[in-house]
Design a protein around this ligand. Structure first.
Ligand code: PLP
Length: 556
């Protein structure tokens, strides 16, 4: 009896030992799962899987106008409005449309953006009838002029590059051209202006060293590689919904054909995330994109994903500042590199960027976009201890980074033009009272929209805006086409992001506001926002799911 119990005892002891060894791992794994945001943006693997399951289906011309179950008279009003708009587009944007149609077959990017301006079910009819063209011939002040000579207020903002107005960047480039001519496009050696740029960048970022790259994506790649090299840890933490360029490790969800294995996507502004940072040992860095303060844990709010009216901005400066402070604390405590990705927001909120605006210091900061003075750029600024690419004691253990066009003389002189203007005393006045100015403008537009009982609202992080819709609808994305007809140029993501340049005067803004309200009124008259009370955001989502299942299983 005794003998036979011994193997059981040792088995049980073994089991206890295995459990004891495995339990912390299981616990850590559970904690990691609990620190994910509950939305799809918080679940990269699942989002990639689901993206592969969604079947393509398109509404024919009849369904297009009544996909929300609207009665025939409403569908007719919508259809009339749509084709009135289409006739206007054909007439007013004839040359721009023709040039775009001719070029599209050879420009993959254009094919993509044309297809994803609106939810895919509506895409074909919209593309055929409401393409305004993707070419422009001139910019001036806050406006753009297309090939037909139409002038638009620019709300696209060149992906965020345009902070100070196009004329500012034209001057930077012209100045750069003059100063770089003598050396020309010599690479590998530096134009003398590089030293000045480094001095200015270290000053404004509060960092010790700088490296130059060709795009924001590359700057982020290098920053993460350095963090891994210096911490000896593998994983980067990014927050649900945040964009850091299109490199695989920072884009783990849909859009990337393979899953990166060293990325944790966690919920932003979450105590559970802080707990994970406090307890895991494999984290090299945490990436912050401060633009997410406008819509924490949500993807960039493009109109192609605007299937109902649940999109909401939630900017709270105090709460976001508090969050960044907590992150700073835990990263310092745990030796994790805190990386501010200011490629988008750097130089927009304050001369010292998001670090200055939120009053929190990072270990490494990436910049890009505007900093090139209108030319392509990516920059990493960091503390020496994180920027070094070799080790004295282990000469073969290096952290490699190169790039043929890094420190290009024309880009470096344009950057110097940018930074010298930024430094000049009267220029800094541009930053005075920005919160007040832009919040006031948003309020002004919201009051005008409310006065006309239009179901539209804007929210903003200073000069970056997004449009929200206050009554459930499947057709909110149509507003971008009414806006274009009123002479407002939006980027291909539609009404999810307006990027104003800071040279917008009150008079310019008043004109934009007037046109915005006019566009929304016309859209309302054309019955796109019809709702008999049965349409809720939940009901819309349920209907779309039903459509998808029907198409996936051939039951349509
Ligand atoms: C925060 C952020 N990081 C990185 C990038 C990538 O920069 P680029 O497009 O220059 O590669 C972007 C671009 O929008 C960005 O917004």
């Amino acid at each position: 009896m005794m003998d036979s119990s011994i193997p059981y005892l040792s088995l049980a002891a073994g089991a206890v030992a295995v459990t004891a060894a495995v339990a912390p791992k299981v616990k850590a794994r559970i904690e990691l799962s609990r620190a994910k945001h509950r939305s799809l943006a918080g679940h990269s693997k699942m989002s990639r899987r689901i993206s592969k399951l969604i079947p393509r289906y398109e509404f024919d011309i009849k369904e297009f106008f009544r996909s929300d179950g609207a009665p025939a008279d409403i569908a007719t009003r919508r259809q009339d409005g749509f084709f009135r708009l289409s006739a206007l587009y054909q007439d007013r944007f004839a040359k721009s449309r023709a040039a775009t149609a001719e070029a599209a077959a050879g420009i993959s990017d254009l094919q993509f953006t044309q297809a994803y301006r609106v939810p895919f079910q509506y895409s074909r009819l919209v593309k055929d009838h409401l393409g305004a063209g993707s070419f422009m011939q001139a910019s001036s002040g806050v406006t753009l002029t297309d090939l037909d000579g139409n002038t638009f207020y620019d709300l696209a903002g060149s992906y965020g590059v345009n902070i100070f107005g196009y004329d500012f960047y034209k001057d930077c480039i012209a100045g750069a051209d003059k100063r770089a001519q003598t050396l020309g496009p010599v690479l590998g050696f530096y134009h003398p202006v590089v030293a000045d740029n480094v001095k200015r960048l270290t000053e404004l970022s509060g960092m010790d060293e700088v490296s130059f790259h060709m795009s924001g994506t590359e700057a982020v790649m290098q920053a993460v590689r350095l963090a891994r090299y210096h911490t000896g840890q593998t994983h980067l933490v990014r927050f649900a919904g945040s964009y850091h360029g299109w490199w695989g490790d920072v884009q783990p969800g849909a859009g990337n054909p393979i899953a990166p294995h060293e990325t944790y996507t966690l919920a932003e502004m979450s105590e559970r995330t802080l707990h994970v940072l406090k307890t895991r040992r494999d984290i090299a860095c945490v990436l912050i994109n401060p633009l997410q303060a406008l819509h924490p844990n949500s993807n960039a709010p493009g109109d192609s994903t605007l299937v109902d009216s649940s999109r909401q901005g939630k900017y709270d400066r105090a709460a976001y500042t508090e969050w960044l402070k907590k992150l700073r604390e835990v990263c310092t405590e745990r030796g994790i590199v805190l990386l501010f990705d200011e490629v988008f927001l750097g130089f927009r909120l304050a001369p010292g960027g998001a670090q200055e605006y939120f009053g929190v210091k990072a270990d490494i900061v990436t910049y890009g976009k505007s900093l090139g003075g209108g030319l392509p750029i990516g920059v990493v600024c960091g503390k020496s201890r994180f920027m070094r690419r070799f080790r004295d004691e282990k000469p073969a253990d290096i952290c490699f980074a190169r790039g043929t066009f890094n420190s290009h003389p024309y880009v470096m002189t344009a950057m110097d033009e940018f930074l010298s203007r930024l430094k000049s005393p009267n220029f800094s006045a541009i930053y005075n009272g920005l919160d007040g100015t832009w919040n006031g403008r948003a309020r002004q537009l919201n009051d005008a929209l409310a006065a006309k009982e239009l179901p539209v609202h804007v929210s903003n992080l200073q000069s970056i805006w997004m449009v929200e819709y206050t009554s459930p609808s499947r057709y909110n994305w149509m507003l971008q086409y009414y806006l274009r007809a009123e002479g407002l140029a939006l980027s291909w993501v539609g009404t999810g992001r307006f990027i104003f340049s800071l040279n917008y005067t009150d008079a310019d803004f008043a004109e934009v506001s007037k046109r915005f309200v006019a566009a929304a009124e016309k859209m309302k008259q054309d019955a796109w926002w019809w709702n008999d009370g049965s349409i809720t955001n939940k009901a819309i989502k349920r209907k779309i799911l039903k459509e998808m299942l029907g198409h996936a299983f051939g039951r349509t």
